[in-house]
Design a protein around this ligand. Structure first.
Ligand SMILES: [Zn+2]
Ligand SMILES: [Zn+2]
Length: 207
């Protein structure tokens, strides 16, 4: 029962770093250490950090990665497709379907291509750390129409198959749920699947 998910907005883009911890064992994972290493290390003190996890390689999610890794001595894990964006090598390569222990919990790894090729989701019970793939009110930013097709396929096949009450902890902004975003995105997904070509910072209302 006692799973801690602490949202820590950091840096100029208010990127959400998360400290996820099993309060029975005090084992923790630090997700997306993008900036403000001293603050993150302070938040993590008292926990045994077992994993440093990266949802994707954008600078605002990895800026403090090397510093945090040196201080904590925990293995860094990310998907190899985002390796070109990241200035240190992974100790563990994330891939679809991986399971990582965290105290009494298991982190299930989802590959969510679209926002970046190596974007990942981390599912712990009914809680999803989704990186920049799904926000309240829209999908993550895409750099090309093909990436938009990719992220819509990801949403349809990987995220909107999860239960309605799954909480989504995004890479920026407030927490939402799978049920709310699935309902709100119906028209948007249908437009993209019917061949609408667009990209960039879109909302479910974009036309
Ligand atoms: Zn991003
Ligand atoms: Zn971001």
């Amino acid at each position: 029962m006692p799973l801690l998910i602490r949202r820590l907005p950091i840096g100029p883009y208010e990127t959400n770093c998360y400290l996820v911890a099993c309060l029975n064992t005090m084992e923790a994972a630090l997700v997306d250490p993008g900036d403000e290493a001293p603050r993150l290390l302070n938040e993590a003190s008292g926990f045994q950090v077992r994993h440093i996890l990266v949802t994707h390689g954008h600078p605002d999610h990895v800026g403090a990665l090397a510093e945090v890794k040196t201080a904590l001595g925990a293995p860094v894990a990310f998907h190899p497709l985002d390796r070109p964006m990241i200035n240190i090598a992974p100790d563990v390569e994330l891939s679809e379907g991986m399971a990582m222990p965290l105290g009494d919990y298991t982190i299930r790894v989802l590959h969510l291509p679209g926002h970046t090729p190596g974007s990942m989701g981390l599912l712990i019970g009914a809680d999803l750390l989704g990186g920049d793939t799904l926000f309240p009110g829209g999908p993550g930013r895409t750099d090309s129409p093909d990436d938009l097709v990719r992220i819509v396929k990801t949403l349809r096949e990987k995220l909107f198959v999860l239960p309605d009450d799954t909480a989504v902890y995004p890479g920026h902004g407030a927490v939402t749920t799978i049920g709310r975003e699935r309902e709100a995105s119906k028209g948007f997904l249908a437009r993209v699947e019917a061949g609408w070509r667009s990209c960039g910072d879109l909302t479910w209302e974009s036309e």
